[in-house]
Write a protein of this length. Structure first.
Length: 280
């Protein structure tokens, strides 16, 4: 789907009153958000994930790896919380509630449709129309930096989990408890019964907790090796430069330029990646 078509789809799918409501509050309260599936992402691994998926993500819809999930993104400037949900009423869109700490900034709407190759930029990534709904006013330069980063974190984290969803070592299962008040009868000395309020622990269903703070396991590295330690075919596509000129890119082989990363050394040898023209 072309970017211009996505814009038209957005205004056809959402009413103005609905947009105002979506931008004014998150999909759920914080106490519920923190009890579900959760992914912890260290900022230092974002470049790794971006390098891994660069030129690999071909614009297909993002797999529904989670019904809803909290991404705890630990940046150098503080903690960003991204709460991702797949709305049933708009199945072609994904909602991403954006928090700084737990201050709600707004909601990003990600079009979960097949993106058109004509909307690729010079780096091979897609120009994707992603509205940011908020009741606050933000500097446009702030939004220009925030929105692409949130899109990257969401896209690459979901694809990484999808690629390794059979790896049990990637996550731990834990029960999250919450406190509930209940009235309990207590007898007084005069024989009369009264009620007092006590707090009782109640357990919610088991959640999955992912920690992307380091490379998880050898099995995960093996799953990624075909992309990091190899070359792969890139289909031809056309993109439009900022000056309006269209560029046709022929089908070709791309090479991962990460020498020795994720590669098991055998017999004391180092595996160095090179472009085809550099090979002897």
């Amino acid at each position: 789907m072309k970017n211009a078509t996505i814009v038209k789809k957005f205004y056809a799918d959402f009413r103005q009153l609905e947009l105002e409501t979506l931008g004014s509050k998150p999909q759920d309260v914080v106490t519920n958000i923190t009890k579900g599936d959760k992914i912890i992402l260290e900022d230092k691994l974002l470049d790794y994930l971006r390098d891994f998926f660069n030129n690999i993500y071909d614009g297909e819809p993002i797999p529904k790896t989670f019904e809803k999930v909290l991404i705890e993104w630990r940046t150098g400037n503080g903690l960003m919380n991204l709460y991702v949900t797949f709305p049933k009423e708009h199945s072609d869109w994904i909602y991403i509630d954006v928090f700084f700490g737990w201050r709600f900034l707004g909601k990003l709407l990600f079009p979960n449709v097949k993106l058109d190759d004509e909307d690729r930029c010079e780096t091979g990534q897609f120009y994707t129309y992603t509205p940011f709904l908020t009741k606050e006013s933000f500097d446009q330069n702030f939004l220009k930096q925030l929105i692409p980063c949130v899109k990257d974190v969401f896209t690459y984290v979901f694809l990484y989990v999808e690629a390794n969803k059979k790896v049990k070592e990637m996550y731990v299962e834990e029960k999250v408890s919450s406190l509930r008040r209940q009235n309990k009868p207590v007898k007084k000395k005069n024989g009369k019964a009264s009620k007092i309020s006590e707090r009782e622990k109640v357990y919610v269903p088991t959640r999955r907790l992912y920690k992307f703070t380091n490379f998880v396991s050898e099995e995960c590295e093996n799953n990624l090796r075909d992309y990091i330690y190899a070359r792969w075919k890139v289909r031809g596509y056309t993109y439009t430069r900022k000056d309006g000129r269209k560029v046709n890119v022929k089908e070709h082989f791309a090479f991962r330029h990460l020498p020795n990363k994720g590669v098991i050394k055998e017999d004391g040898r180092d595996y160095i990646l090179r472009k085809a023209e550099d090979e002897n």
